[in-house]
Design a protein around this ligand. Sequence first.
Ligand code: URA
Length: 240
Amino acid sequence: MKREEKEVLYNFLDTARCWAEGFGLPKPAPVTFVDDTTVPPIITTADTLEIISEEIAACGRCGLAATRNFAVPGEGANNPLVLIIGEGPGAEEDNTGHAFIGEAGKLLDKMLAAIDLSRKTNTHILNIVKCRPPGNRDPNPDEISLCLPYLHRQIDLLNPVAILTLGRVALTSLVNTSDGIGKVHGQFFEYRGYPLMPTYHPSALLRNEEYKRPAWEDLKKLRAWINSTVPPNDPRLGTL
Ligand code: URA
């Protein structure tokens, strides 16, 4: 607020006070105002995906840091149509620092391509934990809660149209449900204000062919929902 505006406001309030309390009261000493428009703003460092990735690469918050080769921050398009969230890096990801590059990742890429999604143009891929749990065990609750703040910052910066979680660990880390994937896959939940759909993890599809059909139905449903939600001229809808 400018100094002149503050003075007008102050004088008005002072007159109102006099009306309320009587004009016989002694007048307070004059007050000097500062012009806010001349005061430099406090600069706060903006969060970025690059800053988060650097923090993840140097992270030692939990025991997984001791056994990892590379942390895997995640990758893909900014402001994606779909943010995919897996469980945690496997062996190939741990050896390279890149998300979903093993057999499960190849299957995932094929399924995404079938609904015009790709990590190059309109999809981003992250994990619940950024470092590989030894022997591909499930991440434990402490590891998950110590890692989740990175995911929250990433989600808020990416601002996706929808989130697709892969498998039980990703779902139950984000949504309070005791139902298994077999029951809730393809349904919409909400997380941090974003629509979230759980589906099967591609590793489960590799182990059990029976899951392929319901997972494919989930992806088609997600794509239909996106098409009905995003304006038709949005370039992210385009072919790959
Ligand atoms: N499985 C996951 O959940 N994430 C990866 O990055 C790779 C395999």
